[in-house]
Design a protein around this ligand. Structure first.
Ligand SMILES: [Mg+2]
Length: 382
């Protein structure tokens, strides 16, 4: 087993890329995607990761990006210099020491998987344990549509994208904007596989809404109730046939284990940024599998390098539903990965088989969207 060469250099680049249209969820609206690109270099390879701070409403996203930058620059990046990685446990050991927010961990942790994959001549999907068959099949892409300003806008947005062959449509919903959206989509788009995502915006008193949604043959209802209301989620799951998908609840392996014990849902949305990297995401996948709880891979949505890591994760055997990974052009005016994330066939995203992540940076694009950059390097004496 080959180990990586020592890490000699870490470069952090904060970029901002505009959304094509404001991304609206029950938590608020955001127009610009902040991301911190993490480049971890040895003498022979560069590992890439992306920290994608979750926007928490119009004012909140600025604070989240600042905090993430600070944690990466002050705590994580300096501690990587001089390190070597022999196996996945070395990554988990390092990441376990970073007492920071999950997305900062995810940015650096995923870059280390890329580096280790290159040293091992294995793709990240292979490192994670995916089979050749799943890697060859590619990843099914699901379309997500933010809260629309009108039903007409919603239907137009879905119809504009469906010809690309997306394998599922997921609607964001919130109280007062739910059943009529689902009815309209069923009426205009027929029996397309359909899911809704409530982002935890409802309460136990909204049972009638979920009973009504239950009659529309949905693939899943994502996070109907707040993240920590496991009893409410379990009671609701007993009342309806549609599987409940846990998203905000699924913040780490312990939280997911508790939710499964309680019967709070039948599907778990794996988000690399929320759980702090590929290692914890795989741990959640592995504990869901024997419990009969299926997984799907979610998105914040991330830019190119963040999504590229999600492609590899989505090849794991218990990822049984379409993922939120979509072409870069779905959400953003531009992207900085090379190649850009795109569909290889109707609704299918190809899984790279090159060692590591299999994606590179487009340096010109990175410069174009750069807000700031900082480099950490081992000083050579002399
Ligand atoms: Mg969600």
């Amino acid at each position: 087993m080959s180990a990586t060469d020592p890490i000699e250099r870490v470069v952090l680049t904060h970029i901002q890329v505009p959304f094509k249209e404001p991304f609206r969820t029950s938590a608020g609206e955001v127009a610009i995607r902040d991301a911190i690109v993490v480049e971890v270099s040895t003498s022979s390879a560069v590992g890439l990761g992306e920290a994608t701070p979750m926007p928490a409403g119009p004012a909140g996203h600025v604070g989240a990006a600042e905090r993430c930058w600070d944690e990466l620059a002050r705590i994580i990046a300096p501690g990587l210099l001089g390190r070597t990685l022999g196996d996945i446990d070395d990554i988990a050991g390092l990441a376990g020491d970073w007492k920071t927010g999950a997305c900062s961990v995810a940015g650096a942790e995923t870059a280390l998987w890329d580096l280790l994959g290159q040293a091992r001549h294995a793709s990240i999907a292979e490192l994670l344990g995916a089979t050749d068959l799943r890697i060859d099949q590619g990843v099914e892409a699901g379309l997500t549509v933010g809260l629309p300003s009108s039903i007409v806008e919603l239907i137009q947005s879905i119809e504009a994208h469906l010809e690309a062959g997306y394998r599922r449509v997921k609607l964001k919903i919130r109280p007062g904007q739910d059943i009529e959206l689902v009815r309209a989509v069923r009426q205009h788009c027929g029996d397309v596989p359909l899911a809704v995502d409530a982002g935890g915006a409802y309460s136990r008193g909204d049972l009638d809404v979920f009973r009504e949604l239950d009659g529309h043959d949905l693939l899943m209802i994502e996070q109907p109730l707040p993240a920590d209301d496991l009893d409410g989620l379990a009671d609701l799951q007993n009342e309806i046939n549609t599987p409940i998908c846990l998203d905000e609840t699924a913040s780490g392996p312990e939280e997911v284990a508790a939710a499964i014990r309680r019967g709070a849902g039948r599907i778990v949305n794996l988000k690399i940024q929320r759980v702090g990297g590929l290692g914890p995401a795989r741990a959640i996948h592995d504990l869901c599998y024997p419990a009969g709880v299926a997984c799907c891979v979610g998105s914040m949505p991330e830019l190119g390098i963040g999504q590229a890591h999600a492609i590899h994760l989505a090849t794991l055997p218990n990822c049984k539903y379409p993922s939120d990974v979509v072409p870069s052009s779905r959400w953003f005016v531009d992207d900085y990965s090379s190649p850009l994330i795109d569909l290889a066939g109707p609704g299918i995203i190809e899984v790279p088989t090159r060692p590591g992540l299999g994606f590179h940076l487009d340096a010109a694009k990175l410069r174009r969207y750069q807000v700031r950059q900082e480099e950490f390097a081992i000083r050579i004496a002399g």
